[in-house]
Write a new protein. Structure first.
Length: 316
């Protein structure tokens, strides 16, 4: 995979894996845990663009090593990590206690993301020194820093760019209609802290916009602010394409998403499409999905069960 620019928090230089990456889980094992854009083989579809997720085991290992090194270059900045314990023949709870003791992370058990007989994993926001100490203390404990594209699923990324993969469309001519993304904070923050993080992230997005030819189109007066809104909403940053904006080039969107993902205070980014109600179709689907010619068959409605003046209860 080729990269067209460097992000402030992540060095993309391809280096040989060293002892740092060896303390982390390999790509195939991570894919079984979180199924991210960085680990899914289907991410090769993004190979048509010069920026995006790693597509090989070697490039992923290089990104992992680069993330370890970058974290060490910012020792006072915490970042997201995945901490896993593979101690055999014990419960997930026992593994959480082991990590809490070995790594001095008393509340690690509150953030479990994976629990199977062979391994239990947790999310944690750590300083690089803590992460290195934790990774080097117990042979059954692995610590994996979240590279940018580990923070987004392949399905979410592909869905957001779906219409740009029409084989009849040249890569330099394709566009996407709904560039809408939510970037979730890795920690609980005060409103003041959220505003500060938003400002820092927006400054990086503005620079990416200006440095990406596919964002700044010839003959237009488009700016980042005229095409996108960027606000805080509860626990996430919302990067939304303006409704009246022209279509966005997928290379521009990929660069902007990668910039969001690279922030150490961001835990995950998801495609956040406009919600559309489909009650007309939904009522037919839940009543059997049967057509009589061009007419929907609605047996419950035919029996007088329409919901009007009726109370339904469901327990799980």
């Amino acid at each position: 995979m080729r990269f067209s620019f460097a992000l402030p928090f992540l060095a993309f230089a391809l280096v040989s894996p060293s002892t740092h990456a060896a303390r982390s889980l390999p790509r195939d094992e991570l894919n079984g845990i979180i199924g991210s854009a960085a680990t899914n083989d289907s991410s090769s579809v993004f190979g048509r663009y010069p920026v995006g997720p790693a597509t090989t085991t070697a490039s992923f290992a290089a990104e992992m090593e680069a993330q370890w090194e970058t974290s060490q270059q910012h020792p006072s900045v915490s970042a997201p990590y995945m901490v896993c314990d593979s101690t055999p023949d014990v419960s997930g709870y026992a593994r959480s206690l082991n990590i809490a003791s070995v790594c001095s992370l008393p509340n690690i058990g509150d953030r479990v993301i994976h629990n199977l007989p062979e391994r239990t994993c947790f999310d944690a926001q750590l300083f690089s020194a803590v992460a290195l100490t934790c990774a080097g203390t117990d042979d059954h404990i692995s610590v994996t820093p979240y590279t940018p594209w580990l923070k987004m699923s392949f399905e979410s990324l592909f869905s957001s760019l779906r219409n740009s993969f029409d084989e009849s469309t040249l890569p330099d001519k394709s566009t996407i209609e709904t560039a809408r993304y939510s970037a979730f904070f890795a920690e609980k923050l005060s409103n003041r802290e959220k505003a500060k993080k938003r400002a820092a992230a927006e400054e990086k997005l503005q620079k990416v916009w200006e440095d990406t030819p596919e964002c700044v189109r010839d003959g237009t007066k488009d700016t980042f602010d005229t095409i996108f809104s960027f606000q805080v909403s509860k626990s996430a940053l919302k990067l939304y394409q303006s409704e009246s904006a022209a279509f966005v080039h997928p290379r521009c969107a990929l660069n902007l998403v990668q910039s969001l993902l690279a922030n150490p205070f961001v835990a995950a980014v998801e495609f956040d499409p406009v919600v559309i109600t489909s009650n007309h179709e939904a009522r037919w689907i839940i009543q059997g999905s049967v057509m009589n010619g061009d007419t929907m068959v609605l047996p419950l409605h035919d029996a007088g069960i329409t919901g009007l003046g009726q109370v339904a209860q469901m327990s799980d």
